[in-house]
Write a protein that binds this ligand. Structure first.
Ligand SMILES: [Zn+2]
Length: 159
């Protein structure tokens, strides 16, 4: 059984097929098969999806090629509308437990550098600062009697 449509050069389906079925892609030579078998030790199949266990022991879902742009778009300018810088964007994706090769961080940098909105607005400057205002006065809950206040801060200008 082949999982998903076979796409030329798509690492995801080749690795998923190898993990689930033990089948190498037909176009690999002997050394490439050895390399793939070695690399496959980091991958796990869960519910017909591919996951990788990183050096931090966190299991991250591998994102197929056709989903990567949507992930980058959502993390960069989605619901948070943060238009985050490449470093932050890459870390957000990894924190969301997503991953793809060769590197999520490089793709995040390139995506953030090509964002039309970010290029028009540029980096935040002193003029963009917003005054710090108290949003809501909070009292610690009854069970925590040692503290008098809870401080909540929002950073508006860091990308
Ligand atoms: Zn942007």
């Amino acid at each position: 059984m082949i999982i998903g449509p076979k796409q030329e050069g798509n690492w995801y389906y080749d690795m998923l097929n190898f993990i689930s079925q033990g089948v190498f892609p037909t176009d690999l030579i002997r050394d490439e098969r050895k390399r793939m078998a070695l690399q496959s030790q980091k991958f796990v199949e869960v519910a017909q999806e591919l996951y990788i266990q990183g050096i931090d022991n966190i299991l991250r879902r591998c994102v197929p090629d056709h989903e990567q742009k949507a992930v980058l778009t959502e993390a960069h300018q989605g619901i948070s509308r943060g238009h985050f810088h490449g470093d932050t964007l890459g870390k957000k994706i990894l924190q969301a437990r997503l991953w793809w090769p060769p590197t999520v961080l490089k793709d995040a940098h390139e995506f953030a550098n090509r964002c039309n909105v970010c290029q028009r607005l540029g980096q935040p400057i002193a003029r963009d600062r917003m005054p710090h205002t108290l949003v809501l006065a909070l009292k610690p809950s009854a069970w925590n009697t040692r503290n008098k206040y809870i401080l909540v801060a929002t950073n508006y200008c860091t990308k």
